[in-house]
Design a protein around this ligand. Structure first.
Ligand code: ADP
Ligand code: MG
Length: 229
C-alpha cells in the first residue's frame, strides 16, 4: 500500500469507529452503566488486562485507557472522539477545543483546602499571613486564594499532597476529598470547601460534526441514564 493509500484507509477506518477515552478506576467503573444504557458493553476488564485499547460488543465503538489528566488532550487532538473526565481536570487543562455537553454526575467529590490539626488556618488568613500551599491543582488553587485575597506560595506536586504538610514543606494542601478518610489518616482537617466536582462528557468538535448521528445517540443515552440515576 502506498503512503497515501495507507492514510486514506486509516482515515476511512477512523471515520467508521467511535473512540471513547476513559481513565482506570472510579471513572471507568462509573461510566460502565452509562455505556450499558447505550447498549455498549466493554469486553475486557482493565484491572486484569494490560491492553490499552479495549473492544466492546459493538464493532464501531472502542475504549482507550489513558491517564486521567490526559483525557482532555486525547479528545482535543482527536486521539479519541469522546472522553469522560473530572471537572478538576477540565479546569486545569483549560478545556480549549472541547465540547462539553453533559455533566454525568459520576465520580462525585469536592475540592478542598486541608491543613494539619495544629495549624490555625483561619488565624493565618485573618492576619494576612503568606501561606504555603502544595497542590496538583494549581489553577483552581490560584483562583480560589486570589478571589479570597489570601497570599499564597504554591508548590506544584503530582501525587500524595497529604505528605507535604507532614514533612513541613507546606502549611496546607488543595486536594480532592470524597470520604475524608485519607485526610483523617494523615492528621489533616478540611478548612475550606472550594467546589463540588463530578465528571463530564467531553467531545472533539470535529468528530461531533463528522460522526453527528452516532455521537448524538451516545449523548442522548448518557443523558437519560444520568437523569435516572
Ligand atoms: P491520577 O491518579 O491519574 O492523577 P486521580 O485518581 O487522582 O488521577 O483522579 C482521577 C479523577 O477521578 C479526578 O480527576 C477526579 O475527578 C476523580 N476523583 C479523584 N479522586 C476522587 C475521589 N476521591 N472521589 C471521587 N472522584 C475522584
Ligand atoms: Mg489515582
Amino acid at each position: 500500500m502506498t503512503g497515501r493509500g495507507f492514510v486514506r484507509a486509516f482515515s476511512d477506518w477512523k471515520f467508521s469507529v467511535i473512540t471513547l477515552a476513559l481513565s482506570k478506576g472510579r471513572i471507568f467503573d462509573e461510566t460502565l452503566p452509562l455505556l450499558a444504557a447505550a447498549g455498549i458493553e466493554v469486553l475486557e476488564d482493565p484491572e486484569k488486562s494490560r491492553k490499552l485499547i479495549l473492544p466492546t460488543n459493538q464493532d464501531g465503538v472502542r475504549v482507550v485507557l489513558v491517564r486521567a489528566t490526559d483525557v482532555p488532550t486525547y479528545v482535543e487532538y482527536g486521539g479519541a472522539d469522546l472522553g469522560v473526565t473530572g471537572k478538576d481536570v477540565l479546569i486545569e487543562h483549560g478545556g480549549a477545543g472541547l465540547y462539553q455537553p453533559l455533566d454525568l454526575r459520576i465520580a462525585q467529590c469536592h475540592m478542598a483546602v486541608a491543613a494539619p490539626v495544629g495549624f490555625d488556618y483561619q488565624k493565618a488568613v485573618r492576619q494576612g499571613s503568606r501561606i504555603t500551599v502544595a497542590t496538583k491543582y494549581t489553577t483552581i488553587a490560584r483562583h480560589f486564594f486570589a478571589q479570597k485575597g489570601v497570599h499564597v506560595d504554591l508548590i506544584k506536586l503530582y501525587g500524595s499532597m497529604e505528605l507535604a504538610p507532614l514533612t513541613g514543606m507546606a502549611d496546607a494542601i488543595v486536594d480532592l476529598v470524597s470520604t475524608g478518610k485519607t485526610l483523617k489518616a494523615n492528621n489533616l482537617v478540611e478548612v475550606e470547601h472550594i467546589m463540588d466536582i463530578s465528571s463530564r462528557l467531553v467531545v472533539n468538535q470535529a468528530a461531533l460534526k463528522l460522526k453527528m448521528a452516532r455521537i448524538r445517540h451516545l449523548i442522548d443515552a448518557f443523558a437519560s441514564a444520568t437523569q435516572e440515576a
